[in-house]
Write a protein that binds this ligand. Structure first.
Ligand code: PNS
Length: 184
């Protein structure tokens, strides 16, 4: 029979395999206030958040290069110093997370519609690396309808996107829409 003192001692020694670093991956083409909301929420839980921009050479529908997207994220979070790191990655997300010493992947959830896609990705990532855990943050309700795809559509049709994106991103998006309209 186990002695209570030994059990207590073991409990004190045991530490979960926790990490203070989380990876928040995405396309971020461009970063929206919905993403900003998730990053700010993550900073309340994690010491450092690596915002990992997917650098996908085959995805030529992107408006911004990975470098431009990373630069916009860095500008947005300049005040947070090294607690928010923006970086581009290619290959498997779980490999990138392990390489960076992160055991947690953060994803944002808006509506039920996000669930199916997120569920599939989480299960695949868990299959690939069971020790990397995905956690979900619910966006603030004012961001439920915001997506990079929709803001690009709105701005390309001349609509107002102020308030949906960080202030530094709005003029860049408008300028890029103009360039694309002009066929540049
Ligand atoms: O913002 P998005 O476009 O919904 O983000 C999707 C992203 C970047 C998280 C996802 O495409 C991804 O993790 N790509 C890396 C490739 C990978 O690891 N695929 C297998 C896991 S589903």
């Amino acid at each position: 029979m186990e002695r209570p003192v030994a059990t207590r001692a073991r409990r004190l020694l045991w530490r979960p395999d926790v990490s203070a670093v989380a990876v928040y991956p995405g396309s971020f083409d461009p970063i929206t206030n919905g993403h900003v909301d998730i990053i700010r929420r993550s900073l309340q839980v994690f010491e450092r958040v690596i915002v990992a921009v997917l650098s996908n050479a085959n995805k030529d529908s992107s408006w911004f290069t990975p470098e431009e997207r990373v630069a916009m994220i860095r500008e947005t979070f300049r005040a947070e110093g090294d607690r928010v790191v923006a970086d581009a990655f290619s290959g498997l997300l779980v490999d990138y997370a392990v390489e960076k010493g992160a055991k947690v992947i953060v994803r944002g959830l808006r509506a039920v519609a996000d669930f199916e896609y997120e569920f599939q990705m989480t299960m695949m990532n868990r299959h690939l690396k069971p020790r990397v855990e995905t956690v979900f943050m619910m966006t603030g309700e004012s961001h439920f309808y915001t997506s990079s795809r929709l803001v690009k559509e709105v701005v390309s049709l001349g609509g107002n996107v102020a308030g949906l994106l960080p202030d530094n991103v709005v003029p860049r998006l408008i300028a890029r829409a103009k360039q694309l309209r002009a066929g540049a």
